[in-house]
Design a binder for this molecule. Structure first.
Ligand SMILES: *Cc1c(COP(=O)(O)O)cnc(C)c1O
Length: 471
């Protein structure tokens, strides 16, 4: 299996070459040259597998530069009941007739990002050991990504994490989750500023190629292909739980921000998993909903990007969207470049409304979308508790609201639960007047000693901090 760039660069790479990389050299995103097609015989056999074995089967189709026994061992070590709380790893639960919730948030940090990040931690450790190399991950987080990365990389050999976050702006629970880690290879940097300041610092450091090379700086952001690939697995696992046989279609609704999660659903569908519809659920930051309704993709400015009560979906552009558009335009790299380099670069938008390709988004690729507001989230959280005695977090509530707008008779609708309510307690209290339950292992974490350094929003000081903590 070889990987290409969406922007047409001539290089072809293997999985382990792109594992530790971000963008392709031409600024594009990596995709496999073609999507492996799953046969009826494979689907039947996979239905009976454990999650770790299923992960191994799917990953094997995309990874041919890690020996099979090693890859199987990595999958088994990653997807355990001990780490993810249940034997099923991603259990499905019926909410009402035809609507299901798939739990993806029972990993170490209680958000779906653990599903991919835990695997990434083990793949990184394996590949770095094989190369005799080290990597220093520099990241910016407003919550879920940073904690998932830290819990995945803690204690791993050859890897250090330097995670910037806006000082005092994450939820108290999220701060406690990250800052209570005492592992020597994990460094929390609280920046006196906002999330954009953190992102700007990471960009500035990454653009300093000399510094980047000298200090072996890398990232784990959502454009990483291995993260996306890991997420493909739970669409298969959800499908098998929602059906009794492999001739039945299933639809999925996905609370979306950077389009990573739902892009994995697109890949599963392209492999031949019988997915009928992929519903993209957005909050008030509705870049994606606008595209799927109108064919116009318009990147938002800072003033147009809202801080909402489903903060992990607060995006101004969707960094994985280019992967889907590449397929949508028939993998025509020149056309893709025109849209993402010329049109977006010059005008901050592109318009496919009059292009025959746009119709294909729904008709051939199965995409639909919906948008929610803060009031919708509160109402959905309340109704779900009242009617089904089930507490959902604000992101999952965006999904549930969207799902109900796209139900089709006889087709199970699976809503991906992307976080547990405890991570966003303030919104739960606003909706219900009481605190959400807290898993026992997180009892009292706010009182634990903290390991965090506060720095001003200053690139030079962050660089100096990194350089000083490399032994
Ligand atoms: C990251 C995140 C999302 C958005 O996922 P994308 O892959 O960026 O679309 C949704 N919900 C939660 C809780 C998240 O942490």
């Amino acid at each position: 299996m070889l990987y290409l760039s969406t922007r047409g660069h001539a290089d072809r790479k293997r999985f382990c070459e792109i594992l530790l990389e971000g963008l392709a050299p031409d600024g594009g995103l990596y995709l496999p040259e073609q999507y492996p097609q799953v046969t009826a015989e494979q689907l039947s056999r996979w239905r009976g597998l454990s999650y770790a074995e299923l992960a191994f089967e799917i990953l094997s189709l995309y990874i041919d530069d890690i020996p099979a026994d090693d890859l199987r061992a990595i999958c088994r070590k990653t997807y355990t009941e001990e780490v993810f709380g249940t034997k099923e790893i991603v259990p499905l639960r019926k909410l009402e007739e035809g609507v299901y919730l798939q739990a993806l948030s029972n990993g170490p940090t209680l958000a779906f990002k653990d599903m991919a990040m835990q695997l990434l931690g083990n793949l990184f450790e394996y590949e770095l050991a094989r190369r005799g190399a080290e990597l220093n991950i520099l990241g910016a987080t407003s919550g879920d990504t940073g904690s998932a990365a830290e819990y995945a990389m803690r204690g791993k050999k050859g890897v250090r994490v330097f995670m910037t976050s806006p000082d005092g702006r994450m939820s108290p629970f999220q701060q406690a989750q990250m800052f209570s880690l005492q592992d020597e290879n994990i460094h929390n940097i609280a920046i006196t500023g906002v999330f954009d300041d953190c992102q700007d610092i990471v960009k500035a450091v990454s653009n300093d190629l000399g510094f980047k090379r000298k200090y072996r700086i890398g990232t784990v952001n959502s454009i990483n292909w291995a993260r996306l690939l890991a997420q493909v697995v739970y669409y298969f696992a959800g499908y098998f739980q929602a059906t009794a046989s492999n001739d039945k279609p299933v639809s999925f609704t996905v609370p979306s921000g950077n389009f990573g999660n739902v892009c994995a659903g697109h890949v599963a569908r392209m492999m031949g998993l019988p997915i009928q519809t992929l519903v993209v659920a957005t909050n008030e930051n509705d870049v994606l909903d606008e595209f799927f309704r109108t064919g116009i993709y318009r990147v938002r400015g800072a003033a147009d990007t809202h801080e909402t009560s489903s903060p992990s979906m607060d995006i101004s552009k969707a960094s994985n969207f280019e992967r889907f558009v590449f397929d949508l335009v028939g993998r025509d790299a020149a056309k893709l470049r025109k849209l993402f380099v010329e049109d977006l670069g010059l005008e901050g938008r592109f318009d496919l409304s009059a292009d025959p390709a746009f119709k294909q988004a729904a008709e051939r690729f199965g995409f639909q979308s919906s948008r929610s507001t803060h009031a919708d989230r509160l109402a959905t959280i309340r109704d779900t508790e009242k009617l089904f005695a089930t507490l959902v977090d604000p992101h999952t509530a965006d999904g549930l609201k969207a799902a109900r707008e796209h139900l089709a008779p006889g087709v199970p609708m699976v809503v991906l639960e992307t976080a547990l309510p405890i991570k966003f307690a303030a919104t739960i209290v606003e909706a219900l007047g009481h605190e959400p339950d807290r898993p026992a292992k997180f009892e009292g974490i706010e009182a634990l000693p903290r390991r965090v350094t506060v720095l001003p929003a200053d690139v030079a000081q962050v660089k100096a901090f990194v350089a000083a903590h490399l032994s």
